[in-house]
Design a protein around this ligand. Sequence first.
Ligand code: SF4
Ligand code: SF4
Length: 347
Amino acid sequence: MHLTNELALSMPLNLGASKSGIATKETVSGHVTTDLDHVLPGARSAIIFCVPFDQALIEPYLSKKDLSLSAHKIRMTTLTFGISFEMATVLTSLGHKAYPVSSNFGFRTDTPNGIFDRMPPASLKLMARACGIGHIGQSGLLITKEHGAAFSLGGVITDAELEPTCPLPEDENYCDRCGICGRSCVADHINQGAVTVRLGNGTVRAGNCRAAGRCAYPCGGITGLHRSGEWSTWSPGRFPLPEKDEEYPKASKRYVQRYIERKRDGAICYNPLLAYPFEMQYTCSNCQFVCHPDRDVRKRRYELLRNSGVIIEDENGIKHAVHPDEADGFISKMPPERRRLYVDEDQ
Ligand code: SF4
Ligand code: SF4
């Protein structure tokens, strides 16, 4: 039995996705991370979909009232990968070749710095752009008018011959380069300016983000205090934020063991870029969660983040948002062997 377009598009929706599309080898050609043959020799197409996060959890998260969105993002991402795996299993049983694409933490190992180059085997973002799921914003993330950037992407690459779905017109991209995602990033990862990416017969505009290592350091939770000292991510880390791109991987390496030694309360996922046992909680994702089609909502979310205080962590790993002065007092009273988990007093 052959896979039809109708079945390929409805499977992810019935399994929990909100939107699906089909890219083909031709519609995604032109970029190193969209070479379908690289992951599946003989591949012809990719079925791509998104699973939205609960919008009601975003403002409590950004205002540091409730960390539930971190666990929710972990669970929804695992569900997304599960949908890809289930679809690939069915397709294989039908006689097709199928490769489920990782929804997070899947990295190529054949680049100069291996997984630390953070290059995906196949870019779900570009494939999703090509098949009409959304646009690419200044943040470098896929954005949709339905969910902003708050969703997880999944996909299955297959040798099935399918018809591609159409990309969305670029003039429907709601990103107006407001810069709010950039101001929400403690690591200054998001630049103004843009790059042009070739995709199939055309090109798409994408944000011009700085080196991936800038994001990995706070995004993984190692540190989180903004340079102003006035607000932070959900990370209690207060390690230095270097100026230069090349200093970021060194900073991650220097402090990752201290991050691992902290207790973590709540859901975790596994990030191979960290150190054994690779446990991680999402403490940032600010660029993802501030973005919304309505600019007033973006502004409100940014103000909530900006006035959310800074995070301290008690001995059980439970995080509390407090005024910056209170955080300074809390940290200074810690015994040195505990304080070193959050602060580098030699810097
Ligand atoms: S926050 Fe603003 S600049 Fe950033 S991706 Fe969203 S709309 Fe674009
Ligand atoms: S996840 Fe956080 S650190 Fe990474 S780019 Fe987004 S805002 Fe910056």
